[in-house]
Write a new protein. Structure first.
Length: 295
């Protein structure tokens, strides 16, 4: 099932955001009303149920933005989804700040029944670095409190997403240690480390946040002992840049039109299970970091 982009504004201004600058405006563009979203979704569900009897077992929903929790009808939309698609896994992509509000949290928990994952972006253990990335004062405290509240009250899964780039890569080990300590004793959480995409605001800031995939992979391998025991995922990494002990954590999460396999991928035994390169990354930086794995 396609992602549902519920809202086109955000209360953060992250330097590596893949959305255009307009998503950070205080005024919505006006084309994301809930009635339209529900109408489209009803038609989609009807079509799927007619042509695919295994819909409940094979599909999932990602709710994205902007920051979807800012939509005035956000909770109504979640209620509708859970009523109509009670067995479908739902993942909410959020900056987590809304969950620092106890009233919002209580209402959300009452309607967001499992299978449901809340995926919160977390940039650094360090407040200064964190808010340098988000561009918003006090966003660190609100995010930390939001994560704490989710871990304490939410019955679904909690995913912490760390998008790594030049501004936070050196602190990755300390950020992971912070999260392990902070979430000690809680269940149903995982960490997803994501190499940033070059699109939207990220494209405009590409010199500021530039980081090679191979450098990301080296840093992750260097903290392999810290990562032990963590439910881990890695996004946007070609398998050949990762140490062979890390490859099992790599996921293919981008559509085919956003990826590319170069001549180095021909004959590689890992190709079928590999993301390849992000197309924009290849256009800017080439494929010198790739290698063909034949055995």
């Amino acid at each position: 099932m396609p992602d549902i982009s519920l809202w086109n504004i955000c209360n953060n201004k992250c330097v590596m955001c893949t959305n255009p600058k307009e998503y950070s405006n205080s005024n919505p563009l006006g084309n994301y009303d809930i009635k339209t979203q529900i109408k489209k979704l009803k038609l989609y569900i009807k079509g799927i149920n007619v042509y695919n009897s295994n819909f409940d077992k094979k599909n999932y929903i990602n709710i994205t933005g902007g920051e979807p929790t800012l939509h005035p009808d956000f909770l109504r939309f979640i209620t509708y989804l859970r009523k109509e698609l009670s067995e479908i896994p739902i993942t909410l992509l959020t900056n987590g700040r809304s969950f620092s509000n106890e009233k919002f949290l209580t209402k959300f928990v009452s309607v967001a029944k499992p299978p449901f994952t809340v995926a919160v972006s977390f940039h650094s253990y360090d407040k200064k670095t964190f808010e340098k990335i988000t561009g918003i004062k006090n966003s660190y405290e609100q995010t930390v409190n939001g994560i704490k509240n989710i871990a304490l009250k939410f019955k679904g899964e909690l995913e912490i997403r760390i998008v790594i780039h030049k501004l936070n890569i050196k602190e990755l080990d300390k950020t992971i240690l912070f999260l392990k300590d902070f979430l000690l004793g809680y269940k149903n959480w995982r960490i997803t480390i994501i190499h940033y995409e070059i699109e939207g605001i990220s494209e405009k800031n590409k010199r500021k946040i530039y980081l090679k995939l191979s450098k990301s992979a080296q840093k992750i391998y260097s903290i392999k002992d810290i990562l032990k025991g963590i439910n881990l995922r890695l996004y946007h990494f070609p398998l050949c840049v990762l140490n062979k002990n890390l490859r099992k954590y790599a996921w293919i999460t981008l559509p085919k039109e956003e990826r590319i396999y170069t001549y180095k991928c021909k004959g590689c035994k890992l190709k079928k299970k590999c993301l390849g390169l992000m197309k924009r990354y290849y256009e800017l930086y080439g494929d010198a970091e790739l290698k063909t794995i034949r055995e």
